[in-house]
Write a protein that binds this ligand. Structure first.
Ligand code: NAD
Length: 224
């Protein structure tokens, strides 16, 4: 099933997927081949009309007196959840900042994972940083394929625009730009700029010109 098809599933239905998945997975492990919407309904505490409607979006049409095929549902849920909940990331530029990100385990708290990294320095190519393989930048198009959703840019500022153009060509949908370069991308690409020096300057400016009022402090004191 393609990503496009998934977008047709209503959000409320999509939210129930993990719940269904967990239960169906248990049934599968118990060796059960089928399940009725009534059984499901009792287990996951969702009324059976909603379950039937939800499942019809997945193309799983239960047969009267038979119920749903557990194996089919499990395969479907596994695919749907992996595709929807798992965002694959590539990092470009394994220098000071890039190395720190690779060593930081993003998967611990959310469902994104840096799958691969690229650099132009031959000394870095072929190594693993934080368990992530580092490939040569010349191999980027080949390695990324159509698999990567987001690119993190931690290259020198002057390389940011050309690299951004290339990752967009690879089909990346979002760019997290840590370089100070302002990058131009096509309108369908989402780009977030994180410029630490601007953030720092802005904090310094706020401290100077918008000091927190004592009243707010009093409120805080009062609360604690
Ligand atoms: N280090 C920081 O604390 C920090 C903070 C804020 C922003 N930044 C920005 O992040 C970026 C990276 O900073 P850094 O300190 O990690 O720099 P760095 O010089 O340590 O790392 C840059 C890496 O990019 C690689 N590289 C250079 N050109 C490349 C190309 N064309 N393709 C692929 N890889 C290439 C280099 O080999 C190097 O490993 C810079 O744009 C910098 O301004 C850094």
């Amino acid at each position: 099933m393609s990503n496009h098809d998934h977008h047709k599933i209503p959000q409320a239905t999509a939210k129930r997927l993990p719940l269904y998945y967990r239960f169906i997975n248990n049934l599968y492990n118990q060796g059960k081949a089928r399940v009725s919407s009534k059984e499901l309904s009792e287990a996951v505490k969702v009324d059976s009309a909603t379950i039937r409607r939800d499942f019809s979006y997945f193309g799983a049409l239960g047969k009267k007196g038979y119920g749903y095929n557990v194996n089919y549902l499990l395969t479907f849920f596994r695919e749907a959840l992996e595709q929807d909940n798992y965002t694959k990331v590539a990092l470009i530029g394994v220098g000071n900042l890039g190395t720190a990100f690779l060593n930081y385990n993003f998967t611990k708290n959310n469902n994104t994972k840096i799958e691969m990294a690229f650099d132009s320095n031959p000394e870095k190519v072929g190594t693993k940083v934080g368990g992530v393989p580092v490939y040569h930048i010349d191999e980027m198009e080949k390695r990324i394929g159509t698999d990567i959703n987001i690119a993190i840019l931690t290259v020198p500022a002057q390389s940011a625009q050309p690299i951004a153009g290339r990752v967009v060509e690879c089909g990346v949908e979002g760019i997290l730009n840590f370089t100070p370069a302002r990058i131009t991308v096509p309108p369908q690409i989402r780009i977030h700029h994180i410029d630490l020096s601007i953030e720092l300057q802005s904090l310094a400016y706020f401290l100077k010109h918008y000091p927190l009022e004592e009243e707010e402090e009093l409120v805080d004191d009062h609360r604690s």
